[in-house]
Design a protein around this ligand. Structure first.
Ligand SMILES: [Zn+2]
Length: 274
């Protein structure tokens, strides 16, 4: 299913199908000056194909490798649509890691990217590194209108679950960097056009900074990671069990502790004392 909503110069294509709706999920890809931002999940291909056949695009930019954003990249490449993405995203797409069953059920199965691709570049639409949600995460900033296409940078003020490779510390830095760009509008890939987008990004950065400080304070007192998670984030939710722990609140606490160790090891003052 595809719902189309026009926001002045930006067209939002909200994609969902019965399995994603069962879990309350949809994803939105955006079109601006006939450039596509992200490509949707594999099972959205037919709906997207109908739309893009009627109104072709100049090219597509990818925010990151996750299958609900890059799920139709091979089909677009085979269709001759030029593609723009970071080297990190391309490397992952060409050798995809294992994708859990719960994600394949929700979005459909995705194959690795193969073969040569036509490159897409638009000087007014900048792919800007914004790691945290994933190491290869980028936002797209439209310099002509100050519009931020934030991919999965926002999702919600509170982070309830995470993959093991997420970095809350980097995520805060990415949020602050995007706020500093003073975007006029913020389009989230799952929440659509955010009302007061910059304020919502700031609320998320504040919430994450607070959680990071609390996690580190409890860890300094010798509290173990599971107890910290229970105290700060509550019990494990259904997604933890459905994903066999792949997508879990436990990873938020563990990632904060890991980030802190990496920061300690890279601190010149600490290294000088060794
Ligand atoms: Zn994602």
């Amino acid at each position: 299913m595809i719902e189309t909503v026009q926001h002045d110069d930006v067209t939002a294509y909200r994609l969902s199908w019965w399995r994603s709706r069962l879990r309350g999920f949809s994803v939105t890809v955006y079109r601006v000056r006939d450039a596509l931002i992200d490509t949707g999940y594999p099972r959205a291909r037919d709906a997207l194909s109908d739309t893009l056949t009627r109104a072709p695009v100049r090219g597509a930019l990818l925010t990151h490798h996750h299958e609900d954003h890059a799920g139709n990249v091979q089909w677009l490449a085979d269709s001759g649509v030029p593609l723009g993405m970071s080297n990190a995203t391309e490397q992952i797409l060409r050798k995809l890691p294992h994708i859990g069953l719960y994600r394949r059920i929700t979005w459909g199965a995705m194959a690795s990217l193969t073969g040569d691709i036509a490159r897409f570049h638009d000087a007014s639409l900048a792919l800007i590194a914004s790691p945290g949600h994933s190491p290869d995460h980028h936002v797209v900033f439209d310099h002509t209108t100050g519009t931020l296409f934030s991919g999965d940078l926002f999702l919600g003020v509170r982070m309830k679950i995470a993959h093991w490779y997420e970095s809350p510390t980097q995520h805060v830095r990415s949020l602050r960097a995007c706020i500093a760009m003073q975007p006029t509008r913020v389009f989230c890939a799952h929440r659509g056009l955010l009302p007061s987008g910059t304020a919502m990004l700031a609320a998320k950065a504040d919430w994450l900074e607070d959680v990071i400080a609390r996690v580190l304070a409890l860890a300094a007192q010798g509290v173990d990671a599971t107890t910290i998670r229970e105290q700060l984030l509550g019990p494990l939710d259904s997604t933890h069990w459905i994903s066999f722990g792949d997508y879990s609140a436990d990873h938020i606490v563990r990632a904060i502790l890991r980030d802190s160790m990496i920061n300690d090891l890279s601190d010149p003052a600490l290294r000088a004392r060794e």
